[in-house]
Design a protein around this ligand. Structure first.
Ligand code: GCO
Length: 255
Protein backbone atom coordinates (compact mmCIF):
# COMPACT_ATOMS: atom_id res chain seq x y z
CA UNK A 1 0.00 0.00 0.00
CA UNK A 2 2.61 2.60 1.24
CA UNK A 3 3.73 4.48 -1.86
CA UNK A 4 0.60 3.54 -3.83
CA UNK A 5 -1.43 5.71 -1.49
CA UNK A 6 -0.07 8.87 -3.09
CA UNK A 7 0.41 7.56 -6.63
CA UNK A 8 -1.39 9.27 -9.50
CA UNK A 9 -0.13 6.79 -12.12
CA UNK A 10 -2.63 6.48 -14.96
CA UNK A 11 -4.58 9.55 -13.85
CA UNK A 12 -5.38 12.53 -16.08
CA UNK A 13 -5.40 15.96 -14.44
CA UNK A 14 -6.38 19.38 -15.80
CA UNK A 15 -4.87 22.31 -13.89
CA UNK A 16 -5.96 25.87 -14.70
CA UNK A 17 -3.54 28.74 -14.33
CA UNK A 18 -0.63 26.31 -14.58
CA UNK A 19 1.90 28.35 -16.53
CA UNK A 20 3.50 29.65 -13.32
CA UNK A 21 3.19 30.04 -9.58
CA UNK A 22 0.97 27.75 -7.52
CA UNK A 23 -0.70 26.13 -10.54
CA UNK A 24 2.63 25.14 -12.04
CA UNK A 25 3.89 23.82 -8.71
CA UNK A 26 0.77 21.66 -8.22
CA UNK A 27 0.96 20.40 -11.82
CA UNK A 28 4.61 19.44 -11.29
CA UNK A 29 3.86 17.59 -8.06
CA UNK A 30 0.99 15.68 -9.67
CA UNK A 31 3.13 14.79 -12.70
CA UNK A 32 5.89 13.62 -10.34
CA UNK A 33 3.27 11.38 -8.69
CA UNK A 34 2.64 9.83 -12.13
CA UNK A 35 -0.29 11.80 -13.56
CA UNK A 36 -0.59 12.96 -17.16
CA UNK A 37 -1.10 16.66 -16.54
CA UNK A 38 -2.85 19.09 -18.86
CA UNK A 39 -1.57 22.60 -18.30
CA UNK A 40 -3.95 25.50 -18.87
CA UNK A 41 -3.00 29.13 -19.31
CA UNK A 42 -3.77 31.89 -21.78
CA UNK A 43 -0.51 31.84 -23.74
CA UNK A 44 0.20 28.74 -25.82
CA UNK A 45 3.92 29.50 -26.20
CA UNK A 46 4.45 29.71 -22.43
CA UNK A 47 2.61 26.42 -21.90
CA UNK A 48 4.65 24.75 -24.67
CA UNK A 49 7.85 25.79 -22.89
CA UNK A 50 6.58 24.30 -19.61
CA UNK A 51 5.66 21.02 -21.33
CA UNK A 52 9.21 20.86 -22.72
CA UNK A 53 10.61 21.30 -19.19
CA UNK A 54 8.30 18.56 -17.91
CA UNK A 55 9.25 16.19 -20.77
CA UNK A 56 12.97 16.77 -20.12
CA UNK A 57 12.37 15.47 -16.60
CA UNK A 58 10.37 12.47 -17.83
CA UNK A 59 7.04 13.97 -16.72
CA UNK A 60 3.86 13.62 -18.78
CA UNK A 61 2.27 16.92 -19.76
CA UNK A 62 0.31 18.58 -22.56
CA UNK A 63 -1.33 21.95 -23.02
CA UNK A 64 -4.84 23.41 -23.07
CA UNK A 65 -4.54 27.11 -23.87
CA UNK A 66 -7.78 28.98 -23.11
CA UNK A 67 -9.06 31.90 -21.09
CA UNK A 68 -11.03 30.65 -18.07
CA UNK A 69 -13.37 33.66 -18.29
CA UNK A 70 -14.66 32.28 -21.63
CA UNK A 71 -17.31 29.74 -20.63
CA UNK A 72 -17.54 28.14 -24.08
CA UNK A 73 -13.77 27.74 -24.20
CA UNK A 74 -13.84 26.07 -20.75
CA UNK A 75 -16.47 23.55 -21.83
CA UNK A 76 -14.67 22.85 -25.09
CA UNK A 77 -11.37 22.35 -23.25
CA UNK A 78 -12.86 19.67 -21.00
CA UNK A 79 -14.32 17.88 -24.04
CA UNK A 80 -10.93 18.12 -25.82
CA UNK A 81 -9.00 16.71 -22.86
CA UNK A 82 -11.39 13.76 -22.70
CA UNK A 83 -11.11 13.22 -26.47
CA UNK A 84 -7.31 13.27 -26.22
CA UNK A 85 -6.84 11.21 -23.06
CA UNK A 86 -10.06 9.19 -22.96
CA UNK A 87 -11.01 10.61 -19.54
CA UNK A 88 -10.54 13.33 -16.94
CA UNK A 89 -9.86 12.13 -13.38
CA UNK A 90 -8.75 15.31 -11.63
CA UNK A 91 -9.73 18.95 -12.11
CA UNK A 92 -7.81 21.67 -10.26
CA UNK A 93 -9.46 25.11 -10.49
CA UNK A 94 -6.54 27.36 -9.68
CA UNK A 95 -6.60 30.24 -12.19
CA UNK A 96 -6.84 33.56 -10.43
CA UNK A 97 -5.85 37.19 -10.39
CA UNK A 98 -5.68 40.06 -7.94
CA UNK A 99 -6.82 43.68 -7.67
CA UNK A 100 -5.98 45.81 -4.64
CA UNK A 101 -7.77 49.13 -4.18
CA UNK A 102 -9.60 50.94 -1.39
CA UNK A 103 -13.30 50.04 -1.60
CA UNK A 104 -14.52 53.35 -2.97
CA UNK A 105 -12.03 53.18 -5.84
CA UNK A 106 -13.28 49.81 -7.11
CA UNK A 107 -15.19 49.84 -10.39
CA UNK A 108 -17.68 47.22 -11.44
CA UNK A 109 -15.54 45.92 -14.31
CA UNK A 110 -12.76 44.99 -11.89
CA UNK A 111 -15.29 43.27 -9.63
CA UNK A 112 -16.75 41.20 -12.48
CA UNK A 113 -13.30 40.34 -13.74
CA UNK A 114 -12.27 38.90 -10.36
CA UNK A 115 -15.55 36.99 -10.02
CA UNK A 116 -15.35 35.56 -13.53
CA UNK A 117 -11.69 34.59 -13.25
CA UNK A 118 -11.87 32.83 -9.88
CA UNK A 119 -15.44 31.76 -9.28
CA UNK A 120 -17.55 31.56 -12.44
CA UNK A 121 -14.75 29.67 -14.18
CA UNK A 122 -14.70 27.09 -11.38
CA UNK A 123 -18.47 26.67 -11.64
CA UNK A 124 -18.36 26.21 -15.42
CA UNK A 125 -15.36 23.86 -15.40
CA UNK A 126 -16.65 21.94 -12.38
CA UNK A 127 -19.99 21.44 -14.11
CA UNK A 128 -18.31 20.31 -17.36
CA UNK A 129 -16.05 17.90 -15.45
CA UNK A 130 -19.00 16.57 -13.42
CA UNK A 131 -20.92 15.78 -16.62
CA UNK A 132 -18.10 13.38 -17.48
CA UNK A 133 -17.29 12.15 -13.96
CA UNK A 134 -20.87 11.32 -12.86
CA UNK A 135 -21.39 8.48 -15.37
CA UNK A 136 -17.93 7.13 -14.50
CA UNK A 137 -18.75 7.22 -10.79
CA UNK A 138 -15.34 8.64 -9.90
CA UNK A 139 -13.39 11.89 -9.96
CA UNK A 140 -11.64 14.52 -7.89
CA UNK A 141 -12.30 18.25 -8.07
CA UNK A 142 -9.99 20.62 -6.20
CA UNK A 143 -10.78 24.32 -5.81
CA UNK A 144 -7.95 26.65 -4.89
CA UNK A 145 -9.27 28.98 -2.23
CA UNK A 146 -7.17 31.17 0.03
CA UNK A 147 -6.71 32.40 3.57
CA UNK A 148 -9.24 34.92 2.23
CA UNK A 149 -11.84 32.11 1.96
CA UNK A 150 -12.08 32.52 5.75
CA UNK A 151 -10.39 35.78 6.77
CA UNK A 152 -10.04 39.21 5.18
CA UNK A 153 -7.78 42.20 4.85
CA UNK A 154 -8.43 45.64 3.34
CA UNK A 155 -8.36 46.36 -0.44
CA UNK A 156 -8.77 42.80 -1.80
CA UNK A 157 -12.57 42.90 -1.96
CA UNK A 158 -13.18 40.96 -5.18
CA UNK A 159 -10.57 38.37 -4.29
CA UNK A 160 -11.95 37.81 -0.78
CA UNK A 161 -15.54 37.53 -2.04
CA UNK A 162 -14.55 35.17 -4.86
CA UNK A 163 -12.35 32.97 -2.63
CA UNK A 164 -15.14 32.77 -0.02
CA UNK A 165 -17.50 31.84 -2.86
CA UNK A 166 -15.15 29.07 -3.97
CA UNK A 167 -15.31 27.55 -0.51
CA UNK A 168 -19.13 27.71 -0.68
CA UNK A 169 -19.14 26.12 -4.13
CA UNK A 170 -16.83 23.40 -2.81
CA UNK A 171 -19.36 22.55 -0.11
CA UNK A 172 -22.42 22.50 -2.39
CA UNK A 173 -20.62 20.42 -5.02
CA UNK A 174 -19.24 18.02 -2.39
CA UNK A 175 -22.75 17.55 -1.01
CA UNK A 176 -24.25 16.78 -4.41
CA UNK A 177 -21.40 14.89 -6.08
CA UNK A 178 -20.26 12.82 -3.09
CA UNK A 179 -23.09 10.30 -3.63
CA UNK A 180 -21.87 9.97 -7.24
CA UNK A 181 -18.35 8.97 -6.18
CA UNK A 182 -16.75 12.37 -6.79
CA UNK A 183 -14.75 14.11 -4.05
CA UNK A 184 -14.77 17.90 -4.09
CA UNK A 185 -12.35 19.75 -1.82
CA UNK A 186 -10.61 23.10 -1.52
CA UNK A 187 -7.09 24.13 -0.62
CA UNK A 188 -6.52 27.42 1.19
CA UNK A 189 -2.96 28.52 0.50
CA UNK A 190 -1.42 31.16 2.74
CA UNK A 191 1.14 33.75 1.69
CA UNK A 192 3.35 32.28 -1.04
CA UNK A 193 6.16 33.97 -2.95
CA UNK A 194 4.58 34.17 -6.42
CA UNK A 195 4.35 36.79 -9.17
CA UNK A 196 0.87 37.70 -7.98
CA UNK A 197 2.31 38.66 -4.61
CA UNK A 198 5.41 40.53 -5.84
CA UNK A 199 4.01 43.88 -4.65
CA UNK A 200 3.49 42.41 -1.18
CA UNK A 201 6.86 40.67 -0.95
CA UNK A 202 8.59 43.87 -2.08
CA UNK A 203 6.84 45.90 0.59
CA UNK A 204 9.22 45.52 3.58
CA UNK A 205 6.51 46.37 6.12
CA UNK A 206 4.01 43.85 4.75
CA UNK A 207 6.70 41.22 4.23
CA UNK A 208 7.85 41.33 7.85
CA UNK A 209 4.29 41.64 9.15
CA UNK A 210 3.54 38.26 7.53
CA UNK A 211 6.75 36.79 8.98
CA UNK A 212 5.58 37.79 12.45
CA UNK A 213 1.92 36.88 11.88
CA UNK A 214 2.52 33.33 10.54
CA UNK A 215 3.38 30.79 13.27
CA UNK A 216 5.97 29.15 10.98
CA UNK A 217 7.60 32.58 10.72
CA UNK A 218 8.08 32.82 6.96
CA UNK A 219 6.50 33.07 3.52
CA UNK A 220 5.91 29.85 1.61
CA UNK A 221 7.61 28.46 -1.47
CA UNK A 222 5.13 27.41 -4.25
CA UNK A 223 6.52 23.87 -4.12
CA UNK A 224 5.12 23.56 -0.60
CA UNK A 225 1.61 23.39 -2.09
CA UNK A 226 2.25 20.29 -4.23
CA UNK A 227 1.74 17.72 -1.49
CA UNK A 228 -1.74 18.97 -0.63
CA UNK A 229 -2.87 18.69 -4.25
CA UNK A 230 -1.42 15.17 -4.60
CA UNK A 231 -3.05 14.12 -1.34
CA UNK A 232 -6.53 15.34 -2.35
CA UNK A 233 -6.19 13.78 -5.83
CA UNK A 234 -4.87 10.39 -4.69
CA UNK A 235 -6.09 7.26 -2.92
CA UNK A 236 -4.76 8.81 0.30
CA UNK A 237 -7.60 11.35 0.11
CA UNK A 238 -10.37 8.87 -0.75
CA UNK A 239 -12.59 9.74 2.26
CA UNK A 240 -11.82 13.46 2.30
CA UNK A 241 -14.79 15.39 0.87
CA UNK A 242 -16.07 18.93 1.36
CA UNK A 243 -12.88 19.87 3.20
CA UNK A 244 -10.88 23.11 3.16
CA UNK A 245 -7.23 22.18 3.58
CA UNK A 246 -5.20 25.13 4.85
CA UNK A 247 -1.56 25.27 3.75
CA UNK A 248 -0.71 28.53 5.43
CA UNK A 249 1.87 27.96 8.17
CA UNK A 250 -0.88 28.25 10.76
CA UNK A 251 -2.11 31.78 10.03
CA UNK A 252 -5.87 31.11 10.05
CA UNK A 253 -5.80 29.36 13.39
CA UNK A 254 -3.79 31.95 15.27
CA UNK A 255 -3.81 35.63 16.26
C1 GCO B 1 -3.29 39.57 -1.06
C2 GCO B 1 -2.56 38.47 -1.69
C3 GCO B 1 -3.27 37.19 -1.62
C4 GCO B 1 -2.69 36.30 -0.59
C5 GCO B 1 -3.66 35.27 -0.20
C6 GCO B 1 -3.22 34.40 0.94
O1 GCO B 1 -3.21 40.67 -1.57
O2 GCO B 1 -3.93 39.32 -0.03
O3 GCO B 1 -2.33 38.81 -3.02
O4 GCO B 1 -3.26 36.54 -2.83
O5 GCO B 1 -1.52 35.71 -1.03
O6 GCO B 1 -4.85 35.88 0.14
O7 GCO B 1 -4.12 33.37 0.98
Amino acid sequence: MGQDLFSLAGQVALVTGASKGLGLAMAEAMAEAGAAVVLNGRTAATLDARVKDFAARGLKASTAPFDVTDADACRKAVVDVIARHGKLDILVCNAGNQHRKPLIEWDLDAWHNLMNTHLTSAFVLGQAAARHMIPRGTGRIIMIGSVMSLLARPTVHGYTAAKSGLWGLTRSMAAELGPKGINVNAIAPGFFVTDMNTALVENPEFKSWIEKRVPLGRWADPRELGGAAVFLASKAGSYVNGHLLSVDGGIVTSL
